[in-house]
Design a protein around this ligand. Structure first.
Ligand code: NAD
Length: 332
């Protein structure tokens, strides 16, 4: 089946805003279905349909799926602190409506469903390399519900409905709908705008993936034959580094890009956030040939460039911080 019409739920978010224009350029017709909690940074374009809609409204979502070949499900309350603002609301979005959405898409004739889970589903592990068969030991409700959706998707896989789950590492890099609450992005923002980096803990390992590699992967998942991905779960990460190593890499880039900031200090403070994980992404390379091309330094450099040319305001924009935005809009 050739995919031409793609619906992205949550397509106005950090990933969606970078991905959508690239899918349009590649010739897809794109529908974005999003509550617009953080505004909409997508430019109106031919072949782009934007629907301000809620994935909990299953009937409306089903109508939006008419004529759609593939769904990429990104809509989410998408980190621990925002999830915790209102756990009932977050659960209703991240879990309760998920299976009805999958069923609605399938009944409407959608042929492929791509679900963005998270590599945080593993929780803490001492294993040097966490592969996809590692047990899920969630530390937070956000992790737990991300993981619980996965089998609900696979239940509905069939010859005409291809289901695949991606567990991405923490993303980094520039998007027009920026998120400055993700580790590499936070550190870069602080190094550029405060001239100082605060590291909580420092020894925890965190896998990372450049947002452009994430977009490349979603494009690949639309192009590839169903037999390669049906029923599969893939880790998707690139560099696994400790938070302190990430801080040092970011500092080196910002020193080059903003020499006027002088010697950027790294301050360490204790934390009770013990999450530490080291994910192995060999399966996705072996099975479908996905190999990330960009690293943490590239992401930090892209962000520096965006601060320099004004695409990112130095004084901050609260829409770029999920918790602040949800609180201000009184959503959570
Ligand atoms: N960014 C990361 O580091 C990362 C890492 C692993 C997994 N993921 C997953 O990838 C997906 C995309 O992440 P992101 O960083 O772009 O998130 P984001 O928070 O920037 O975007 C989520 C989008 O979903 C929309 N949304 C929220 N609730 C909705 C609802 N009820 N109905 C319709 N739309 C709704 C929001 O308005 C927002 O535009 C998420 O599912 C996230 O869990 C992200």
């Amino acid at each position: 089946m050739t995919i031409r019409n793609v619906l992205i739920s949550g397509g106005a978010g950090y990933v969606g805003t970078l991905l959508v224009p690239q899918l349009l350029d590649a010739g897809y017709n794109v529908t974005v279905y999003d509550t617009m909690y953080y505004g909409c940074f997508l430019e109106p374009q031919d072949r782009l349909r934007v629907i301000e809609g809620d994935i909990r409204d299953t009937e409306r979502f089903k109508d939006a799926c008419w004529g759609v070949d593939a769904v990429i499900q990104l809509a989410c309350i998408s980190n621990d602190p925002s999830f915790e603002l209102n756990e009932d609301l977050s659960k209703s979005i991240n879990y309760d409506c998920f299976e009805p959405m999958v069923v609605a898409a399938k009944e409407q004739g959608v042929g492929r469903f791509i679900y963005a889970s998270s590599s945080s589903v593993y929780g803490v592990s001492d294993q040097p390399d966490v592969t996809e068969d590692h047990p899920l030991i969630p530390l937070t409700l956000y992790n737990k519900f991300k993981g619980l959706c996965e089998p609900l998707l696979f239940k509905h896989a069939s010859d005409t409905f291809t289901c695949v789950t991606i567990r991405p590492a923490t993303l980094c890099g520039y998007s027009p709908r920026m998120r400055l609450d993700l580790s590499v992005n936070i550190l870069t923002n602080h190094a550029v705008n405060a001239g100082k980096i605060t590291v909580f803990g420092g020894s925890q390992l965190r896998p990372n993936l450049h947002i452009q590699d994430m977009c490349d992967l979603y494009k690949l998942l639309l192009e590839i034959g169903s037999e390669k991905i049906q029923g599969e779960t893939f880790n998707a990460g690139y560099q696994n580094h400790s938070i302190m190593e990430i801080a040092e890499m970011v500092r080196a880039v910002v020193r080059q890009e903003f020499p006027e900031n002088g010697d950027i200090e790294i301050v360490t403070t204790p934390t009770n956030d013990i999450r530490s994980y080291h994910i192995n992404s060999n399966k996705i390379a072996d099975k479908i040939g996905f190999r990330p091309k960009r690293g943490i330094e590239d992401a930090a450099r892209d962000l520096c460039q965006a601060f320099k040319d004004g695409r990112l305001p130095k004084e901050g924009d609260e829409r770029f911080f999920n918790v602040k935005a949800l609180k201000t809009k009184q959503i959570a």
